[in-house]
Design a protein around this ligand. Structure first.
Ligand SMILES: O=C(O)c1ccc(O)c(O)c1
Length: 237
């Protein structure tokens, strides 16, 4: 049996034109800063699945979104001066053997003309295979969003509605949302190419949860953000 494929949407104008030096899966802390981004802390988890529901390992998941005041990490914005300099704005992660990814970010807020959303790009074998957006289930502005209105299939729509809920046990009002991404059919799809197509230095910098010395901890583990330094791409490399 085939699952309903996650619908694709436009990439939008603000995929970062210059990636931040820190591209890990914790969008709340830049490099070794002790000051987190402003916003509602959200643990964003999910799996990348094949059309038949098999977990896909080594899928390259990128997310990007505007900060708590609607500023994207992009040179084409008109609100860069008010941008939250502590918000990473972009993050990426390679799925594990269960197809799982995780990010720590903020709950998305409206952008002028758009209902709240988080942009996603999923790549395999060095090629983008899905561009989509995750929305906030029940948000009143969803009804007036042109990109959402273009998706006519109710099942497909349900697939991109994130149910942002209080993180159980959190004393500081953190949220959690799960978003499983189902890819459409692709011809001749080996299940693992060892992340081929992702640049070596980038891969080495992709210190995700469970693979490196830091990155967000899993849901339920609160406390101050980790402060130990982690490997980064050295300037000039
Ligand atoms: O079409 C737009 O203006 C627009 C703005 C922001 C977005 O995130 C987006 O996807 C589209």
């Amino acid at each position: 049996d085939m699952l309903t494929a996650t619908p694709k949407t436009t990439e939008g104008p603000f995929y970062p034109d210059k990636l931040p030096l820190d591209t890990d899966n914790d969008l709340l802390i830049l490099n070794n800063s002790i000051t987190p981004a402003v916003g509602e802390i959200t643990y964003l988890t999910g799996r990348v699945l094949s059309p038949s529901g098999e977990p896909l390992r080594n899928a390259f998941v990128e997310i990007w979104q505007c900060d708590h005041q609607g500023a994207y990490l992009h040179s084409g914005t008109d609100n860069d001066s008010s941008r939250d300099k502590n918000f990473q704005g972009y993050g990426r992660f390679l799925t594990d053997s269960k197809g799982q990814y995780c990010f720590r970010t903020i709950k998305p807020v409206p952008y002028p003309g758009r209902t709240p959303h988080i942009h996603f790009g999923v790549s395999r074998h060095g090629q983008r295979v899905l561009t989509t957006q995750l929305f906030v289930k029940g948000h009143p502005q969803n009804e007036r969003d042109g990109i959402l209105k273009a998706i006519r299939d109710q099942k497909a729509l349900d697939n991109i509605m994130g149910d942002f809920q209080p993180l159980p046990g959190s004393r500081i009002g953190e949220l959690a949302v799960n978003f499983d991404i189902v890819l459409g059919m692709t011809p001749n799809d080996p299940d693992d190419d060892g992340a081929k197509g992702i640049g070596k230095s980038e891969r080495e910098s992709g210190m995700g949860m469970g693979r490196g010395p830091r990155g967000p901890r899993g849901p339920g583990e609160n406390g101050p953000p980790p402060s130990s330094p982690r490997p980064e791409i050295p300037p000039g490399n």
